[in-house]
Design a protein around this ligand. Structure first.
Ligand code: FO1
Length: 304
């Protein structure tokens, strides 16, 4: 079994690549819930949904979130009413949220609802929220404290950040299924997701850090920073704002206590020795999954 610590799009791509070379039922994604929010009374879990939709082939590739073939009639009406429409739920996506919210209100956990949804979509891979307890990633910024989606969507992750908090993480319990996956998998992979806002909330849940530290030689991380920049999102900007080196070496330094092997992009091959000096193994591989060959090469590197 392979266990992948996962954020959204980058993790979804890596999981899709891995699913081509490993039996899907051997893959377990332990997924960030720090981006989750309640809006219009609905519980929204962006990373769980991005991964599930992508693996099911239902994802909206233009937007990078939500469902393909989406329509926006409800949001249009809501906007005309003067309701909160800055965070958009498409008409098809709304069905997922109505289902999830009703099941949670009836006493199901996020783990249970995720299992029900992924079964419905025909996924063999196991997708697990890291915790069934609420965790909210929040930002201290030049505009004051912002929730994750206020920072990310409302302000287009363009405001300066001075600190990041994971509210609730200190008391959140690692879900039983995630604990089992972390303890029993042959390998733990940290996906090329944002270290500070997608992976850090997972690491903030009690016992996750300890398990990774104990299993360090079996932990592999894929750098989301290539040639000093993130492929997508604010990972590069946030690393710089919070005092980390904006390179795969900065990412390696951030993970050094937890990760035995760093996978870095071929464009960063010249950083290999600097990472080895941190006491980590290094694999140089294509990491941009731009075509099936590169995706397969990265999957092979992760499994090496
Ligand atoms: N991203 C946007 O840029 N604008 C949106 O209106 C938006 C809505 C949305 C609804 C459901 C969902 O699962 C994701 C959504 N996202 C939206 C993406 C999301 O904000 C971020 O990409 C992730 O939280 C970061 O991984």
């Amino acid at each position: 079994m392979i266990c992948v610590l996962s954020g959204g799009v980058g993790a979804a791509r890596l999981l899709s690549a891995l699913a081509k070379v490993v039996t899907a039922s051997d893959l377990h994604a332990v997924v960030n819930v720090g981006d989750d929010l309640v809006m219009h009374g609905l519980t929204i879990c962006p990373d769980l949904d991005t991964i599930s939709y992508t693996l099911a082939g239902l994802n909206n590739t233009e937007l990078g979130w939500g469902l393909a073939g989406e329509s926006w009639r409800v949001m249009k009406e809501l906007n005309e009413l003067g309701g909160e429409a800055w965070f958009a739920l498409g008409d098809r996506d709304l069905a997922t949220h109505l289902y999830r919210s009703q099941r949670l209100a009836a006493g199901a956990t996020k783990s249970m609802v995720t299992a029900e949804l992924t079964r419905h979509w025909g996924l063999d891979m196991t997708i697990l929220p890291v915790s069934n307890d609420p965790i909210s990633t929040e930002f201290s910024t030049e505009l004051g404290r912002l929730s994750f989606q206020e920072y990310f969507v409302r302000h287009h992750h363009e405001v300066a950040v001075t600190d990041i908090q994971f509210s609730g993480a200190a008391v959140a319990r690692l879900s039983d299924e995630s604990r089992h996956a972390l303890l029993t998998s042959e390998r733990i992979v940290i996906a090329p997701s944002n270290p500070l806002i997608s992976i850090a909330p997972i690491l903030a849940v009690a016992d996750v850090r300890d398990i990774l530290t104990t299993r360090r030689s079996e932990v592999v991380a894929v750098s989301p920073i290539i040639n000093g920049a993130a492929i997508k999102g604010p990972a590069d900007r946030l690393l710089g704002e919070l005092g980390h080196e904006v390179s795969c070496v900065g990412v390696a330094r951030y993970y050094r206590d937890l990760v035995g092997t760093m996978i870095i992009d071929v464009a960063d091959a010249h950083h290999e020795s600097a990472i080895r000096e941190l006491g980590m193994e290094v694999i140089v591989s294509p990491t941009i999954m731009s075509d099936p060959d590169h995706a397969r090469a990265l999957a092979a590197a992760v499994l090496r």
